[in-house]
Design a protein around this ligand. Sequence first.
Ligand SMILES: [Zn+2]
Length: 220
Amino acid sequence: MTGSRKNLIILGAPGAGKGTQAKRLAGDFSWVHLSTGDMLREAIDKGTPLGVRVESYVKAGDLVPDDLIIELVGERLQQPDCGSGFLLDGFPRTVRQARKLDELLPGLGIHLDAVLYIRVPDDLIVERLSRRFTCSECGQMVIGSAGISECPECGGGLMRRPDDEPDTIIHRLGVYRENTRPLIDLYEAKRLLFEIDGTGSAETVYDRIVSALDPDSKGE
Ligand SMILES: [Zn+2]
């Protein structure tokens, strides 16, 4: 299936494993992985006119307005590497952004093939994220389990990022659901949505995604 071009959006709550899956899909199928965070950093680093405008918001700690993000996405999608297919990760986040994307794509001659939604039950996300620790010495990320009390790399103490405290996770999930539910409904109505069961190992989830995208490849 290498070289089969697809233009995709990938959705999933924090802790659903979206980034891991997106990276692997991009690598295996030569699609460009377009994470909004990376695109913002890249534009700022390059000092493009758009990057300069973006930077003023990021520096002030403000949300970058939709119009700027969509402009950034539009610029990026026109670069030749996206011609072999892409995976948009982190955009759109809201129905408003999705509508803007809809207005943008036809003008660029781009057609969206599918929206992957990696669905993981809330309790499992809380469990996954609350097992995530960071080494206070070397910064290594460590998945906690019984008997692990120090960093396997350097023996440093383990701490939890404030973002991974259970209360914060539940709050982040709430915000995510509020924005994403209507987005999912929208893509479902357009018959673009592929809901993927995100439970189980990363390997299992990956296989489910690949079969969903190309049912004919099953068993090959
Ligand atoms: Zn360490």
